[in-house]
Every structure is written in structure tokens, then in C-alpha cells.
Design a protein. Structure first.
Length: 510
């Protein structure tokens, strides 16, 4: 036991000795490391001190450089400010000099204004004295003299305006006349239509007067049957070898004329034969109407018309107006309208169709109330006709407003066809009445001395009294007379109004 204790003590002592030795070793190593660390710290401090000294030197150099630059900038700015101050001082001196000059000029102007005011007052006083002297000499007040001067100036201005208006009107008229003459002459030269005489009634020639009795029949039964079948009046009078047929419907009159001619040639005249021939003739005339309508559409170069429109158009073959056949007039109007539209750049197809159908209402105006223009427009509108064509028909007598240029062209072509020489024929009574009315209208105006209708009523030449009508008033008088003629008269074409104003001085040598 003791041995173990002794062993343990020895072991413990050895361990303590080993720990003490290790501790001393560690202490020695720590000292060495501490010394090394202190040396390293000293070295780092030296390097830091050296680097900080270098940075401080660099910073000082930079600060010195920037300070030098700032001093240079400040010096330059100070020099600029000194220069600017010098300039401002010079400008202030110049402004002061100018102000002094302006004050001196203002003073001079004030003196001049005072002198001018005095002079103006003197002139006004002199003008008043002169005006009073002039009024005394002229025995007229200022207002009277002014009114007289204004009248003179107004008269001169009116004459000048009249001359200028006349010059412009003549220039425009010449240009318009030239252009219109070219277009109308070209269109008329390309049209060659025959004029026919006006037919109020139809006359059937007879081989002898004995045929009149056979037409009348026993107790008048044949003539009554004929009138009942045809719807026309048969006039048997003293006209040798002729019977007159009268009816407001030209187609009925044509049927009656053809049927009666056949009866006269056949010689068998009795009610049954009359009814049969009238029915056959009516079918024949209807066929002729259709053929004439198709021929008119072909001649006018208007394709695609509705058969009902063609049928009604063909009825115009038997209608005349002022001696002009209506179907021929319609074809002529269509061709003229197409030529004018081609020259003016308008729609040729619309113009041709409107010209061909413009009087189609005349084929049924005895059956329907209203003007032929409105009747015709309503009729073609039912067949889906173009709106511009409908307007051409409805507006060619200005009963409705013209909404397209083709309507104006159709109206012009209608007037050309109706007014060209030889196209229409009017009775002597109507002609004399129209010419007399033309002269009466001209004589109704104040200042007119004499008036003469010339060129078959196409020109009215008016002599005026020069003391009552001056140059300007003569221009206005011509326009007023033309407007009055347009409002109160119906006439083909146009009427030229010429005002003649002349002053004559007559003396005698003795």
C-alpha cells in the first residue's frame, strides 16, 4: 500500500515537473512571439508614418495648387468686374448725355408746338374768314356748296362706273357669245331636221262629193258608228271632195284618218265594217307607235328604255306644236343636248336621255291634269329612271329647280331646237300681237321717245330723250326693259334690247 502511495506520489511529482517544464517552454515561446509582434508593429507604424507623411505632403501640394488656381480665377474675375464697372460708368455717362439732349429737344419741340398751335389758329381764322368771304361772293352756304360738290363727284363716279360696267359686260358678253356661238353652231351644223306644218285637224280626201253621203249613211247611222268607234268628230261641210276629222287626241285622229281612208278605198261603208276596220287600224297605229318610239330611241342613241316609255314616246309622232313635230323635236333636242354636253364635259348619256324624254308628258297631257313637264317626270320615275333624267324632264320649264348641269343643257337644247329658223311657225295674229306688246312694254318706261321692233320681234330698238336719260340711266333702262319682257311675255329664243341716246345740235346758215 505504501509502495503504491509512494508510486503515485512519484508519478504526481513527475507530472508536476513535466507541466512546469512545458509551462516554461510556452512562456519562452510567448515572449519570442511578443517580441516579433512588437517588432512587426513597430515596422508597420514606421511604414504608416512614412505613408502619412507622403499623403500629407501630397495634400499640401494639391491644396497649394488649387489655392494658386483659385487666386488666378479670383484675380481674373476681379479684372473683369473692374472692366465691366468701367463700361457701366461709360454707359451711364452716355445715358446722361442723351437725357440732356432729349430734354433740350423736348424743350425745342414744346416751343415749336406752341408756334404751330398759334399758326394753326391763325390758319383756321383765315380759313373761316375766307369761307365767309366765299359764301358771301357765291351766295351759298357751306352745306349747300358741299352738297353741290358731292353731286358733281357722284355724277362723275356714276359715269365712270357705268363705263366700267359697260366695258366689263361687253368683254364678258363677247367671250360668252363666242363660246356659245362655237358650241351652238357646231351642234346645229351637225343637225339637219325638217320642219313640218302645224296640224290642227286631219283632212281625208274623197274621190267625189257623192262619197260624203255614203259616209253619213242612212239617217246618219254610218257617221254615228264611225264617231262612236273612233272617238273623233267627223265634219262634213261644203269643202269639195274632203272630210275633216277633229279630236284633241292626235292618236285617235290618226286612227280615224287611216280607217276612213280605207273605207273610202274599199267602198263598203256600214257599221259592222266600220267597227272591224277601226279595230284593225288601231292595232296598226299601235304597231307604228312602237316602231316610231324605237326608231326615235335609236336615232337619239338612247338605248335601254322601258317598253312602256318607248310606247308613250312613239305617240309624239302624231303630236305637233307650232308646226313642229314633237317626236322629231325630241330627237333633235337629244342630239343637240348630247353634243353640247360633250363640248362642256357633262354626262352625254344623261343629257341625251333627258333631251329625248323632256316632252314625253305631251303624249298624255290631255289625259292627266298638270303640266306636261311634271306629268312626264312622274311617268318615267315609275320605271326607275335616273334621278338626273327625271330632273331634266321636270325642270326644263323651271317648274322645279334644276339640280344638275344636264338639266340646264337639256333646257338650252330645247330652246335651240324650238327657236332655230324654220323650226316653228306661228300665226300672223300671234306675231302681230307679240310685236305690238313688245313696243308697248318699251314705251311704258319714262324717257322713251320711240321704239321699234325689228328682226321679226327678236330685237327692240329704243330711242330715249337725252335730257331725261343719261348714259348710266340708259344702261339701267335696258336692263329694266329686258326684265319686264322676261316677266310678261312668252317668246322663242331671245330678244335684244338696244337703247339709243343721242344729242343733236341744229343751226341754219342764212
Amino acid at each position: 500500500m505504501d509502495t503504491i502511495i509512494v508510486g503515485l506520489i512519484a508519478l504526481l511529482v513527475g507530472a508536476v515537473g513535466s507541466f512546469a517544464g512545458y509551462t516554461m517552454l510556452l512562456t519562452r515561446q510567448g515572449k519570442n512571439r511578443l517580441q516579433q509582434a512588437e517588432q512587426e508593429a513597430a515596422r508597420v507604424m514606421e511604414e504608416a508614418n512614412a505613408k502619412s507623411q507622403q499623403l500629407i505632403l501630397e495634400a499640401k501640394n494639391k491644396i497649394l495648387t488649387e489655392q494658386e488656381q483659385a487666386e488666378k480665377i479670383l484675380k481674373r474675375r476681379r479684372e473683369e468686374m473692374d472692366n465691366e464697372e468701367d463700361r457701366l460708368q461709360k454707359r451711364r455717362s452716355n445715358v446722361d448725355e442723351r437725357l440732356e439732349k432729349l430734354e433740350r429737344r423736348e424743350s425745342q419741340l414744346n416751343k415749336m408746338q406752341s408756334a404751330l398751335d398759334k399758326r394753326r389758329n391763325d390758319l383756321e381764322k383765315m380759313a373761316e374768314e375766307r369761307k365767309a368771304e366765299l359764301e358771301r361772293v357765291a351766295q351759298m352756304s357751306h352745306d349747300e356748296a358741299r352738297d353741290e360738290l358731292l353731286q358733281v363727284v357722284e355724277q362723275e363716279v356714276r359715269h365712270d362706273i357705268a363705263r366700267r360696267i359697260r366695258a366689263v359686260e361687253e368683254e364678258l358678253q363677247d367671250e360668252a357669245d363666242k363660246r356659245a356661238r362655237d358650241i351652238i353652231a357646231l351642234a346645229v351644223q351637225r343637225i339637219a331636221s325638217d320642219a313640218v306644218s302645224e296640224i290642227a285637224v286631219s283632212v281625208v280626201s274623197l274621190p267625189s262629193d257623192d262619197m260624203k253621203g255614203r259616209i253619213i249613211g242612212r239617217a246618219g247611222r254610218n257617221i254615228r258608228a264611225f264617231e262612236q268607234a273612233t272617238g273623233v268628230d267627223v265634219i262634213v261641210d261644203d269643202t269639195p271632195e274632203a272630210v275633216t276629222l277633229s279630236s284633241f287626241d292626235p292618236v285617235r285622229r290618226e286612227v280615224a284618218k287611216r280607217a276612213l281612208s280605207k273605207l273610202v278605198l274599199d267602198g263598203r261603208i256600214h257599221p259592222a265594217r266600220i267597227e272591224k276596220l277601226v279595230q284593225e287600224t288601231r292595232k296598226e297605229v299601235e304597231r307604228v307607235i312602237r316602231e316610231e318610239g324605237e326608231r326615235a330611241a335609236y336615232d337619239a342613241n338612247v338605248p335601254g328604255l322601258n317598253p312602256e316609255v318607248i310606247k308613250l314616246l312613239g305617240r309624239l309622232k302624231f303630236r305637233t306644236s307650232f308646226g313642229q313635230n314633237q317626236l322629231a323635236h325630241s330627237v333633235e333636242t337629244a342630239n343637240l343636248a348630247g353634243m353640247i354636253a360633250s363640248e362642256l364635259g357633262a354626262d352625254v348619256a344623261i343629257s341625251r336621255m333627258g333631251g329625248l324624254l323632256h316632252d314625253i308628258g305631251k303624249a298624255m297631257d290631255h289625259e292627266v291634269e298638270g303640266s306636261h313637264a311634271i306629268i312626264g317626270a312622274d311617268f318615267v320615275k315609275r320605271f326607275g329612271m335616273n334621278e338626273r333624267v327625271v330632273n331634266c324632264i321636270a325642270s326644263h320649264h323651271h317648274e322645279v329647280e334644276q339640280s344638275c348641269v344636264e338639266a340646264i343643257i337639256v333646257e338650252a337644247a330645247d330652246a335651240i331646237s324650238g327657236a332655230r329658223p324654220g323650226a316653228r311657225r306661228e300665226s300672223v295674229d300671234n306675231y302681230i300681237r307679240r310685236v305690238k306688246m313688245l313696243e308697248d312694254i318699251a314705251n311704258s318706261f319714262t324717257g322713251v321717245q320711240q321704239s321699234y321692233a325689228l328682226q321679226a320681234g327678236r330685237e327692240i330698238r329704243i330711242m330715249v330723250r337725252p335730257e331725261d336719260v343719261d348714259d348710266l340711266a340708259s344702261v339701267k333702262l335696258a336692263r329694266d326693259i329686258a326684265n319686264r319682257i322676261e316677266e310678261t311675255m312668252d317668246y322663242p329664243g331671245q330678244i335684244k334690247v338696244t337703247i339709243i341716246r343721242e344729242t343733236r345740235a341744229v343751226d341754219y346758215a342764212k
